[in-house]
Write a protein that binds this ligand. Structure first.
Ligand code: G
Ligand code: G
Ligand code: MN
Ligand code: NA
Length: 255
């Protein structure tokens, strides 16, 4: 109840921050992309997790304004890195988008405006959506086609955990599958998770899509995923989400 009203104030007072987590490309360990993740620096409550306030913002509708601010901040940030670091900057930034944002008419126009204002090429942006957000088709899927037409990449987030259906991959425009952490957790052992992580990679590769494994916390997991064919990995093993990642830091990806 309280939190909902406070989100409005927080937007006005500029209490939200965006942090960036590396998505690493094997075998070299280059930071190929970053995922933008929002944080709330609350003056009293301290750092409030998006898991706590994003659902509230979705219910009270403020996710639309907050989401647009995150999108604009992220686009400007990558544009600045490209200007400052040249080829040392990541190729792409990935921004989480809620179902409610995607379902609004003109979402693609909002994205186009954020790209134009920042000067970021559309090919440098990916939007991360959940299976649940696009499961029912409708305006959300229309928006994805419009984003695709702009040149923006589409990533399906938390893949394998939502209203999953591989049939979705036939009806929804998708470029990137983010394989959920739950399949990565036990990927070092023979078992169900490993079989599924293997199968998801095969489907992704067979369809010409890019697979990103999420929540990689150990070198052993990274090694196991690489053996299955995964080239793009994300997780605490490679870097936590931070305000200012060091893209040049030497990496030993599998150690
Ligand atoms: O970053 P963290 O693990 O704390 O995020 C928790 C949840 O909040 C995840 O489901 C993540 O996708 C979501 N989240 C984080 N940042 C954003 C954002 O900018 N927009 C939306 N819609 N969700 C976000
Ligand atoms: O739903 P989504 O995949 O967007 O959520 C990403 C969330 O996962 C973020 O909150 C981020 O902080 C968190 N995260 C990223 N890497 C790891 C990891 O290696 N382990 C754990 N436990 N969480 C992670
Ligand atoms: Mn995500
Ligand atoms: Na995810």
């Amino acid at each position: 109840v309280r939190l909902g009203a406070e989100i409005r104030t927080a937007l006005d007072l500029g209490q939200f921050r965006v942090v960036y987590q590396p998505i690493v490309e094997l075998p070299a360990g280059r930071v190929a992309a970053v995922e933008a993740l929002v944080r709330w620096e609350h003056p009293v409550r301290g750092l409030v997790s998006p898991a706590a306030f994003i659902p509230v913002a979705e219910r009270n509708g403020l996710i639309v304004e907050l989401g647009e601010w995150i999108l604009r901040t992220a686009c400007h940030r990558l544009a600045a890195w490209r200007a400052g670091l040249g080829p040392g900057a990541p190729d792409r930034i990935s921004v989480n988008v809620s179902a409610r944002q995607l379902a609004r008419p003109h979402f693609a126009a909002t994205v186009a405006a954020a790209l134009a204002d920042s000067g970021l090429p559309a090919s440098c942006l990916a939007v991360e959506v959940t299976e649940t957000a696009v499961f029912e088709g409708g305006q959300a899927v229309v928006a994805l086609h419009e984003l695709r037409a702009l040149g923006v990449r589409i990533a399906l987030d938390d893949f394998g955990t939502g209203h999953s259906s591989l049939g979705l991959l036939q009806t929804v425009p998708v470029d990137i599958l983010k394989v959920d952490k739950s399949f990565v957790d036990n990927v070092t052992e023979a078992g169900r998770h490993t079989v599924i992580a293997d199968a998801l990679f095969q489907v992704t590769a067979g369809l010409g899509l890019t697979a990103v494994a999420e929540g990689v916390e150990t070198a052993a997991q990274a090694e196991a995923l690489q053996r299955l064919g995964y080239r793009y990995l994300q997780g605490y093993h490679f870097g936590r989400p931070v305000a200012d990642p060091d893209f040049a830091a030497a990496r030993t990806p599998l150690r």
